[in-house]
Structures are given as structure tokens and as C-alpha cells.
Design a protein around this ligand. Structure first.
Ligand SMILES: Cc1cc2nc3c(=O)[nH]c(=O)nc-3n(C[C@H](O)[C@H](O)[C@H](O)COP(=O)(O)OP(=O)(O)OC[C@H]3O[C@@H](n4cnc5c(N)ncnc54)[C@H](O)[C@@H]3O)c2cc1C
Length: 367
């Protein structure tokens, strides 16, 4: 059984790390659970290479950055150097972070909270959800497809094997191009299969040009339009495999025939986009309110917004939600009324949310 922490923090982005640092400073025990390979994985995954990071602050925001240590520099730096700086900071402060642990659910255990992850259960007095706004979509198949990668770390890992890339957009195309290139450079002739559920791949001109070049240089690509992932299963050798249906023939007698391919899941990358955190809030049982006509200025009519106190506590007692996960707005309960509250998706907001939540938790735990 994992030890008990005052605060369990889900997500190692600006919001989660600011929470961790403040807990560390004030003597609260804590643990960050981050699903990626390293801290700031969300930023590493979503910012284009070389993008400048700005210390943006909303014009009407009264507070300075409340955790100066994580503030991006005034003179913009590239995302790579900001991430490197943060990695050094985490090491230097010896912050308690566990990577490659994906949050799944929260359970109540007498007066404690148990956070269920793919690597076991962690127990805390309070939970801070700081998983950002961009949650990778899951493949929906019969069985389990959790072993399928959602992004590519290193193209050379796929040299020497038949690889399957799923998804019809630019991100999937970029992954296909990188693997084709890595294979070409070492004369590996094993193909890259590129599958998309629709009959048409949808990439921009520049990406299409790079893909075309790679094919002309000898890239071995097999397109699988209209292919649908169906089953996640374990074969007789204990290998997790993904079965993808590549075509279907309907016959007059009502008996259909299919062709399918089965890939070891470790050779599959699914670039099928991301979604907001709403499905997670539903799963965890966090209450949301739908915007009725004329009630919300930022959200659209019918959008569901998470309900939070002014200290960012949700309707599940002891569970706080901060940062990009509640942007661009949420429903704030204060002085007996509920109103939509603007919440810009910025590093500033994420960091300052952390400050307010840690202050609230310190008050509640008397630390
Ligand atoms: C292209 C781009 C450029 C931007 N530029 C700027 C800028 O210049 N300045 C600025 O202020 N803001 C900028 N932003 C916004 C800023 O990056 C976000 O506001 C900020 O990252 C939000 O921080 P966060 O910690 O809430 O979420 P994230 O940074 O998204 O961090 C969440 C973390 O949680 C992890 N996670 C997700 N799901 C799970 C799970 N199930 N279990 C465990 N961990 C999980 C993720 O891997 C991630 O590391 C930009 C955003 C984008 C997309």
C-alpha cells in the first residue's frame, strides 16, 4: 500500500508543479502523479518546436505571479529552454514527482481519498486535479487498448518492425513521416501502415509535401483508409495486440465477412486527437452545470461548466480542480450565488490557482 500524503496532485504541468512546490515549501506531504515521461509533458506535447513562451497576464488580473520560480522569463524563451529550466528546478528542489502514472478515478475511504491510477492506488487527504485541458482521446475498442501509445517519443523505436499509425490528421502524418525517415536511414524495408476510420486523410499542404518527399525517397507506406480498431486482446504468448478491421463485405444473406490485421500494441501509435476533461469529471462524479440561454458570456448555451467554490473545491469534498482543466470558464459558488467565472488558459492562471488552493488546504489541515 502506498503511503498517505496530505495532497495528491494529478498532472505535472504549471498548475501541478506550482502546487507541489508550495506544498514542499509549507511542509505538506505531497506527490505529483504525471502520466507523461516527464514534467511539463502537456506543454511538450502541444507547443510547436521552438515556440516562444510568454509570461502573459490578463490585463485586469490584480495579483503578480504567485510562484515566481515557475514564471516564464519576461524576455520570451523557447519552449525547449523553459522545459529544461523547469526540469532543473524540479531536480534542484527535489520535488516528489512520479511519472508515467495515469490517473483513472477517485474513491472515498473513510475520511481519506484514494486516487486510482494505472500503477496502483495512492491515498491522500486532499486531491488537486491539474491535468490541463487537453486529454488524449482513448481508442474505443472491445477489451483494453491502454498499451497503445498516444504519441511518439522516438522514431527509431519502430525500426525493424511493422508499425501501425492510427489517425487521419497532421499529427498522425508527422509521426508517419518521422518513422519512414528513421527506417529509410537504416535501410529498414518494414512498412508503416497508416490507418484512418474515414475514407479520406486530412492533412495540410506542407505536411502532404513532406510526406510525398519521404515516399519518393523510398518510404514504405501502406494506407488503410476506412480501417476501424475493433479489439484489444492478449494472444497466447501473452502479447497485447490490437485488431483493426481493414474492410468489410456485406452479403445478401446477412452474413458479413471482414479482413482484419492484428498488431502488437507496442508497435501501434494512435494520434486521434484530444478532448476536454468533461468525460473525466463525469466519471469522477464532479458536478457540472449546463449554461442556459443568456446565462453564460464565455461558454455557449448548453455547455457544461464545472461547479467550484472560490477556493477551487469541487462538489466532491476535498477534490480541487485548477489550471487549464477549468478554462476558459467555470461556475463559481460565492456568497450563496452561482455565476460563470472567466478563467483564461495561461501559465499565470495555472500557477496562481495553485497558490490559492494550497492556502485553502493549509487552512483546512492546520499547516
Ligand atoms: C500552443 C500553445 C501555446 C501556449 N503558449 C502560452 C504562452 O506563451 N504563455 C502562457 O501563459 N500560456 C500559453 N499557453 C497555455 C498554457 O500552456 C496553459 O495554460 C498551461 O499549460 C496550463 O497548465 P496546466 O498545468 O493546467 O495544464 P498542462 O500544462 O496541460 O499540464 C497538465 C499535465 O497533466 C498531465 N496529465 C493529463 N492527463 C493526466 C492523467 N490522466 N494522469 C496524470 N497526468 C495527466 C499532462 O501530461 C500534463 O503534463 C499555450 C498553450 C498552447 C497549446
Amino acid at each position: 500500500m502506498n503511503s498517505l500524503h496530505d495532497v495528491l496532485i494529478v498532472g505535472g504541468g504549471p498548475a501541478g508543479l506550482a502546487t507541489a512546490y508550495l506544498c514542499h515549501k509549507h511542509g505538506l506531504s505531497y506527490l505529483v502523479l504525471e502520466s507523461g515521461k516527464g514534467v511539463f509533458q502537456g506543454i511538450a506535447n502541444t507547443y510547436p518546436e521552438g515556440k516562444h513562451v510568454y509570461a502573459s497576464k490578463p490585463k485586469d488580473a490584480p495579483e503578480p505571479f504567485m510562484v515566481d520560480e515557475l514564471r516564464p522569463p519576461d524576455k520570451p524563451v523557447t519552449v525547449e529552454s523553459y522545459i529544461q529550466y523547469v526540469q532543473h528546478f524540479v531536480q534542484h528542489e527535489n520535488l516528489n514527482v512520479r511519472t508515467e502514472v495515469a490517473f483513472e478515478d477517485i474513491r472515498e475511504e473513510r475520511d481519506l481519498l484514494s486516487v486510482v491510477t494505472d500503477k496502483g492506488v495512492f491515498r491522500g487527504r486532499k486531491v488537486v486535479l491539474a491535468f490541463g485541458s487537453s486529454i488524449p482521446r482513448e481508442l474505443s475498442v472491445y477489451g483494453d487498448a491502454r498499451m497503445v501509445a498516444k504519441s511518439m517519443e522516438d522514431a527509431t523505436m519502430y525500426v525493424g518492425v511493422r508499425t501501425l499509425v492510427i489517425g487521419g490528421g497532421n499529427t498522425a502524418a508527422d509521426v508517419v513521416i518521422a518513422i519512414l525517415k528513421a527506417k529509410r536511414e537504416v535501410n529498414d524495408t518494414q512498412p508503416v501502415y497508416w490507418a484512418h476510420k474515414s475514407g479520406k486523410f486530412d492533412v495540410n499542404k506542407e505536411t502532404a509535401q513532406r510526406l510525398g518527399e519521404e515516399i519518393l525517397l523510398g518510404g514504405n507506406i501502406r494506407l488503410l483508409p476506412g480501417a476501424i480498431p475493433r479489439i484489444g486482446e492478449v494472444d497466447e504468448q501473452g502479447v497485447d495486440r490490437l485488431v483493426i478491421r481493414i474492410n468489410e463485405f456485406k452479403h445478401a444473406d446477412g452474413i458479413d465477412t471482414y479482413n482484419s490485421m492484428s498488431f502488437p500494441m507496442k508497435n501501434v501509435i494512435a494520434c486521434i486527437g484530444s478532448q476536454g476533461p468533461m468525460p473525466i469529471f463525469d466519471k469522477v462524479g464532479i458536478q457540472m452545470i449546463a449554461c442556459a440561454a443568456g446565462v453564460c458570456k464565455i461558454a455557449k448555451e448548453g455547455d457544461r461548466l464545472v461547479l467550484l467554490t472560490s477556493e477551487f473545491e469541487s462538489t466532491r469534498k476535498g477534490v480541487y480542480i485548477i489550471g487549464g482543466a477549468i478554462s476558459p470558464s467555470y461556475m463559481k459558488i460565492s456568497a450563496g450565488s452561482i455565476a460563470e467565472e472567466r478563467h483564461p488558459n495561461l501559465i499565470y492562471t495555472a500557477i496562481n490557482d495553485a497558490y490559492h488552493v494550497v492556502e485553502a488546504i493549509r487552512g483546512k489541515l492546520g499547516k
